[in-house]
Design a protein around this ligand. Sequence first.
Ligand code: AMP
Ligand code: MG
Length: 423
Amino acid sequence: MAKDEWTEDPRRLLMAGPDFDLSSFDRSATPGWSRGKRAAKKAMRSRGKLLSELQERLYAQGRSGGNKRVLVVVQGIDTAGKGGIARHVMAMVDPQGVSLASFGPPTPEEARHHYLWRIRRALPKPGRIGLFDRSHYEDVLVVRVEDLVEEEVWRKRYAEINHFEKGLVDQDTVVIKLALMVSHEEQGMRLMERLDRPDKRWKFSSSDIPTRLKWDAYQEAYADVFRLTSTAHAPWYVLPADNKWYSRLAATEIITRELVEMRVQWPKPRWRPDVQRRRLAETMSPESLARSVAETEEVVLEAIEDSSEVGREAFTLLTEGLDAERRSAVHDALRVKRESFMADLERTIANKRELLAAVDPTLLPPEEHDAPSPDAGNQRAEEQPTEDRPRPDKERKARKPAKDKKAGKGKGKRARKGKKSKN
Ligand code: AMP
Ligand code: MG
């Protein structure tokens, strides 16, 4: 996995603070990234893997009753690249975990309600990452510039939006607001390309040029959005967008880092794997049970390796800027987690060998030199509880110290499939 190539956390560089000045903002800059477009694409792919596992965890906690979710608000004028964020960033995660919503002029029904009505209806459910292509901010942008309501009305909305977003954050939603800022010149080029290319003309709208003519008014409205709604609970990240590869990379990095900091863990099942495994084994032929026993180590080790790799990358992000002591605390936690996975694997193998031995011991594959002896295994088989009762906490710990097995064998397609087809 590529090492971290950002010179600094882009959130620090791109967050709109109290002294943010849009008029001097360089839209072709690439803050925190000096390595160009090719390296950016590579880094994005590498982050994609981390992002994808984090999203899967988020989804899993949502499925087991957790309430956490993420809302990514993407704003920007025409051609700024909002669609590209959905297409390139969200494409890296499982579409089942993403909910997209785009907001155009309100429908007659929407217009009869408060402007936040349609926004509330489109919020992500627990476990999801919601992506808004335009949002409630249009109600202080286009609505303000086009005089669609009285100033007195839109003026009150900044505070109302802050309050609304605070409510979301208080209910376990991480709100990530990304503004893609393109230069006037670059927008002209992109609109021209839409006119020139037959395959892009559908993106052009006859209102695009009238809107472009109101450039200054839009910039002023955006400046007020950043000045008035970049809060501690839901800050704005303002992304220079003349280089699409940069804004996509920065968006990926910001979303990934926010997800890492949510520290979502895989949910604990409410059932016991050994009990369920025994029931399943009873439905399998001895031959297929034997095949399953033989491939256990390969399948599980590969999953543990993948997970550790992701863990190491997350570790780098989480410990950036921490002192040595706190770094080592995070590192220890990571090691303990890996050891517990390895211990779980030991138990799994022993348990499956017992199950197979009970139906046909002649099918037992040869033991790993350091695996538990068959006697110990059989003895343990007799100790196995027969009821699916809750397991006391201490039992979750390893029965014996985990051995760090070499992971070299685990490259089978099967292993990958085994990991990814969980849901
Ligand atoms: P597009 O993103 O190109 O599909 O265009 C959507 C259009 O809907 C843009 O011109 C927005 O300004 C407009 N729009 C979005 N929200 C509102 C709103 N609340 N009121 C009026 N127009 C809106
Ligand atoms: Mg448009």
